[in-house]
Every structure is written in C-alpha cells, then in structure tokens.
Write a protein of this length. Structure first.
Length: 734
C-alpha cells in the first residue's frame, strides 16, 4: 500500500517541508533520511546600500529508493522589504509567495506541535518565501536559485548584512561546500569591514570598492554569516559595537580602520616611512627541512616590499653575528635592494644560536627619530651560545630597547622557547607567530610583512570621555597599518552618546580624531551578542599571559579565568574539562578541583615552553589572536573546542558543536544529551520548571518572549529566562 509521510528540512535562509513518495512495489522500507542541503553558495552585490542577493542551494536526496518533493520554505530576514524576487528550480521559474512573520511563526509552531524537529525554531520570528520543488529521485539533486533585491538598513554610519544559517546548528548537518561573496560599491568612503562570525578575506575586483569572500568545504554551520561595514567620511573610521545585559555593565568593541575606498581612502602618500632590521637565524639546525632556503625566500620577499623612504638592514646569526651594513641602516634604493638580495642569497646554516647577541646587534642599528622602528626576528631554536637564560635575555632587552623598537617574532619548528618568544613580542609592542613543520616559512613571513609593511598611525592612544570604561584591552594599543584594523575591547558603566578620542602619530606629527559613539544605556537585543564573548577571550589571554610572565600561578587569576571560560565557552588550560559531558552539571569549584589533578606537566598557564605540544599551543593562540583581529570568527571558537576534544581522544568532525554551542548571547554545554545554560549549576535544580516544546504553555512563553525560540531549537535544554529556570523538552512521540 502506498503511504505518505511528511518531512521537514532547513536551508540557507532556508527551511524545507517535503512529501515522501516511496516506490509502489516496495514491501518493506526503512524510514528515509531527510533531504539534505548539499551545496549553498551566496552572492551579494551592494550598490549604495541596495543589495541584490542570490542564493544557489542544491538539495540532495540521500535515500536509496524514496522519491521526495514538495513545498520549500525559504527564510528572509525580519523586516526585509523584498522586490524583484525570482525563484528558479533547476533553471525553470517557479511561483513563490512571501509569508509575513505571523504566518511564518504559525508554520513553525504547527510543525513542532505535530512532533516535528524543534530545530526549526531557530528561525522563529523571520519571514518565509514559499515555493514548490519537484520530486527528487533517489540519490538525486535539485538546485534552487533565489534572487531578490532589498535595501540594507543603516544605524548611524554602520551597515549590517546578514545571511541566515544554511540549516539549524541543532541538525548537525554538514554541507559539501558553502561560500559567500559580498561586493560593495559606495559613493561614501568605506571603512571597518568586519565579520564577527566568519574568517573572511578582503580582495580586489574590478568595478567594486570592496569584495569580501568566505568559503569552506565540508562545512557544518555554527552561526549565521554577518558582515558589517562603515560608511565614513574620515580617513580613519571608527565603529562601535556594544551589547548590554539587564543589570550588568555593557561590553563594547571599538574598531579603527583606514578608509579602504572612496575619496578619503589611504594611498601610498599616507604610509609612514619605517626603519626595519631583519634578524635571521642561520644556525646549523636551519639546514633541516629546507628551512634555510625558505628563510632566504622570505627575506627576498620582504626586501622587495620595502618602499621609497624606508631604511633597512640585515642581521644574521649562528654562533656569531654578521651585519649586512655594520655602520648604519641603509636607505631604500633599487641598487641597495639588489645588494641586499645578493647578501641574502649567500646565507648558509652553520653553528649555534646566539639570540641575545643578535638582538643586541639589531637594536644598536637604530637611531633616535620619529620613524616607526621594527625588528623582524626569526629563529628555529633555543639560545645555545652566549646568554642562555630566557629571563636574562628578557632583562637585557628591556634595558637595551630605549628607542621603542617593535619586535615581531617568528618561531620556526618545534624546538623554540614559546614563552621567551611570546614575552619578547608582548613586552616590545610586537606579535609572535609560529611556523609549524608542515608550514612554509617564506609564505608565513611574507604574508605577515605584507600586513605590517604600511604603517598609517603609530603610538596610538585612545581616550573614552565620560564613559567610565574599564577592563579595556589590549592595555597598550598597537600601531595601525593600511588594510588592517585595530580592535579594542572593554566594559563600561555610563551609557549614551559619548566622545572617544584617538590620538597618534600620522604623517610625522601627532593628530587627534574625535568620534561621537553610542554606548547603549539599556539592555540590547542579540545583534551584537558576540561582543561579551570576544571581550572575555581577550581577557582570558591577558590573564594567562600575566601568569606566564610572573612564572607562577595566581589563585585569584585562575578563578577569574575559569569563571570567564565557563560562562562564555572558552577553552583554556584550566577548562577543557568543561567539554567532558559528565562534569557539565557539577558546581564550578568541584570541576576545578577535579581537573587540577589532570593538568600534569603540560597543563595550566605554566606548562613546558618548548617541544611540539608547546609550539602547537602557541601557534593556536597566535592564530586565535589574529582571528579576533580579522573577525570575531565564531567558527574559530568551535575549533578551539575541537582541539580540546581531540586531546581527549574524542573528537570527530561534528563533536565540537555537539558538545558546546553559542546561541544568541548564551553558551550551552551538553551533558548526556541535554543542553545546559553555562550559568546553571546544581543549586538551581529544584527550581527548574519543565515545559514541553509545542505545548500551550510553551507557545504562551514564545508569544511573550520570542527569543526563547532559539534556545528551544536545541531540543532538550535548560535555560534561564527572566529570573526563572526552564527545562524545554521535545514532546514524546508515540
């Protein structure tokens, strides 16, 4: 007998309900799998805030026998005003209808009340486009193309673009591939292009001011794609993103960026001249893995990127130290670059590693002036010649660096002292990066120098007038480079429109830029809910660095790290235990006590500073810092969880999102199939109210607080709302 069953599935901004059509002659068949979103590619072209969005989504029917087809519900952003909409199914135009929020919510709640997946509630509160798709043959595909035009909203000078998830994170469905391209053209200059959710690349394309790209194979959606960009008249734009919870201080992130398009865009004339010393390890160990050849290639690349007006020198070191131009820095000229490249080509590996003498020789080359001064220091080993004590090397640097030289450090391979290199960079206003044995030295150093080779503003200071800002990080603001942005995090008490002053050296003189920015005074929605988590990540890094610098653990700092890590879902040496399901429900103090015994020699903030594990950890920390500069990159937070799980021997491709999730402004941990708000512990157990998802009580709560839907979408979940604790659980079937 022919039977029909209803299925639901979600995509891009898309939710699908399909009819199952099994073959007539089947006498027995297992319940078919849902239709999957297989490919999801989004292209957005924006001209003066008018966006043309095009979604290409391919559905896969994974069933070996069942034929599927039916209605397709495509999600729209709340409040979107759509025009020029077209829907193509395998190239054929299809009729479509827009359902407003009320009708769309009715679709969601009916599905859930009938026993459908609560995962659909992630899309509660949004509009829907309804169309039909044809039957999909077993293991076949169909492609849906949705195209429409909408005007993007702007608050002050900030434009926000969002693309909703390809499918709910609760479904744990992995796409074969996904991508986003956003091309922007604007009559008003553009600055501060930023994604808080994905690690985007900014590229150049003809006819567009800015093009942003992101793509990934085997992608499990973790958060909707969000992009911000600022329309700024100033040469240096300032953007403030802030979030405030009821009864708590607000959190903010301030983004500063040179204009990248328009009449005020920074050009070569705005780039400050710099003094650079390339300090290169040529010890005998550099012969391994072709490291010396790669170091030469990196040096050639950096020399080629120097600009007229720059000055430079080369210091190479093994057992002893040699200098390309022993008497002084060399003025940039084609002839000087040619001679320097010839010198670099003759570098060869030999002897030990004289780090202290090499840094001393490099610092002596700088003279007192107003130019940006930097050393690019690269080594593959521990100090083996001359001063070998890391503490003594750091002390010597502190005494010798009296000209405010920035130190940018590269550790190559697994035999470097990560603590020493991290502190060299941190104490001298630079950055530390690590090159794993599997990576190419020349590519890593080349990309880095491309990033810092064009200084725009140095000696940056930021003043928050009448804001009562606190816990501001980083404590010392780094320099600003063309094509880069500075991100400053903090908390604040006093809200309202307040002046923020940015002072720094621009074009050889100090200038002050003043911006009137809005710090929310009352609780805000979820649009910027990622901000507290990013601030917490920066604070955790700062506290761990403080303990590493002190050489000992501090009980109060450990307690603060553990609290922040648990609440915001941040992996630290003290809190990877939070990923272990059986501990998620224990009081925090008990979890810390239980875990302390497992830290071992490599645990805590003070583990071994060299060797493969230490270098991998330092490499990861460096990458996390860079991710936060380029984007909030929620996906990177999941990667940290994956790394922790992998160390526990439990990681699979989807384990991180199956263990920890960020939903709105909350973090949730999974314990034995149930999700717990990170603020929950067993003292709340007796106060938890049980509510069945889809019940009248549930719908009444949703009516009063629609944001609860995103938490219910996780399935079995314990969450706090308005001072009360609820356990939302799916209705039992059968």
């Amino acid at each position: 007998m022919k039977r029909t069953a209803r299925l639901q599935v979600c995509l891009a901004a898309i939710v699908v309900g399909l009819w199952l059509l099994p073959t007539a002659d089947a006498c027995f068949m297992r319940s078919p799998q849902p239709v999957q979103v297989w490919l999801d590619h989004v292209n957005v072209e924006i001209t003066d805030q008018v966006a043309v969005k095009t979604y290409h989504c391919t559905f896969l029917n994974p069933n070996p026998q069942a034929v599927v087809g039916g209605e397709c519900f495509m999600e729209l952003e709340p409040g979107a005003r759509v025009s020029n909409m077209s829907v193509l199914v395998d190239g054929t135009e299809s009729q479509a209808e827009i359902l407003d929020v009320a009708k769309a919510n009715k679709v969601f709640t009916e599905i859930v009340a009938e026993g459908g997946s609560p995962a659909l509630l992630e899309y509660y509160g949004n509009q829907l486009i309804r169309t039909r798709i044809p039957k999909i043959a077993p293991r076949g595909t169909v492609t849906v193309k949705l195209r429409y035009t909408m005007v993007l909203g702007k608050k002050d000078d900030l434009v926000r673009l969002s693309m909703l998830n390809t499918n709910p994170k609760a479904s744990l469905q992995t796409l074969k591939s996904a991508s986003v391209r956003v091309a922007i053209k604007s009559q008003t200059p553009i600055a501060n292009v930023y994604s808080p959710t994905h690690a985007v690349d900014i590229v150049e394309e003809p006819d567009w001011d800015v093009v942003v790209k992101w793509s990934q194979e085997q992608y499990t959606p973790t958060s909707p794609f969000v992009l911000y960009y600022q329309l700024a008249e100033e040469k240096i734009g300032a953007t403030l993103l802030a979030h405030r919870e009821p009864g708590e201080p607000g959190h903010f992130m301030l983004l500063l960026s040179p204009a990248v398009a328009g009449q005020t865009a920074m050009d070569d004339d705005d780039v400050l001249p710099k003094d650079v010393v390339f300090c290169v390890d040529t010890s005998g160990s550099m012969i391994k893995d072709d490291k010396m050849t790669q170091a030469r290639d990196a040096l050639r690349h950096c020399l080629g990127e120097l600009r007229p007006g720059d000055r430079f020198n080369i210091v190479d070191f093994g057992t002893g130290v040699r200098v390309f131009s022993p008497d002084a820095l060399v003025d940039h000229s084609p002839a000087a670059i040619e001679r320097a490249i010839a010198y670099a080509d003759k570098l060869y590996p030999r002897g030990g590693t004289s780090i202290d003498e090499a840094l001393d020789s490099s610092l002596k080359l700088f003279t007192e002036n107003d130019r940006l001064k930097m050393i690019l220091f690269a080594t593959d080993g521990l100090p083996t010649v001359g001063e070998r004590s890391p503490d003594a090397i750091l002390a010597n640097l502190a005494k010798r660096n009296n000209k405010d030289v920035r130190l940018f450090v590269f550790g190559e391979g697994n035999d470097v002292d990560t603590k020493l290199l991290d502190l060299v960079a941190a104490r001298h206003r630079g950055e530390a990066e690590y090159v794993l044995p599997s990576e190419k030295i020349d590519q890593k150093i080349g990309r880095f120098f491309d990033r810092v080779g064009s200084p725009i503003m140095t000696d940056v200071q930021i003043f928050f007038d009448d804001v009562a800002a606190r816990d501001v990080l980083p404590r010392r603001v780094p320099d600003l480079f063309r094509g880069e942005q500075l991100i400053v995090y903090g908390r604040y008490e006093t809200g309202g429109v307040k002046n923020v002053r940015v002072r720094g050296r621009v074009g050889g003189e100090y200038k002050t830029f003043t911006y009137a920015l809005d710090f929310p005074t009352t609780a805000t929605g979820d649009a910027h809910a990622f901000v507290p988590r990013l601030w917490a990540g920066e604070m955790v890094d700062f506290l761990l660095d403080e303990m590493r610098a002190a050489g000992k653990e501090d009980e109060e700092l450990v307690k603060e790290v553990t609290f922040l890590a648990k609440r915001y879902g941040i992996v630290t040496p003290y809190t990877s235990f939070l990923m272990v399901e059986e501990t998620c429900n224990q009081p925090l103090a008990q979890q810390v006590q239980n875990f302390r015994g497992r830290l071992g020699a490599a645990g805590g903030a003070l583990g071994q500073s060299y060797g493969a594990a230490a270098v991998t950890n330092a490499w990861q920390q460096s990458r996390n810092r860079q991710n936060r500069k380029q984007s909030g990159n929620a996906a990177a937070l999941y990667e940290q969880v994956s790394d922790a799980l992998r160390q526990e021997g439990r990681a699979t491709d989807q384990h991180s999102i199956a263990t920890l999730r960020y939903v709105g402004n909350r973090c949730f941990y999974n314990a034995q199939g149930r999700w717990y708000d990170s603020r929950y512990d067993d003292t709340q157990a007796k106060n938890v109210q049980n509510v069945v998802i889809g019940s009248d009580e549930c719908l009444a709560l949703l009516k009063d607080a629609p944001t609860l839907a995103q938490y219910m979408s996780q399935g079995d979940v314990v969450v706090e709302h308005a001072g009360n604790w609820y356990r939302f659980e799916p209705a039992k079937r059968g």
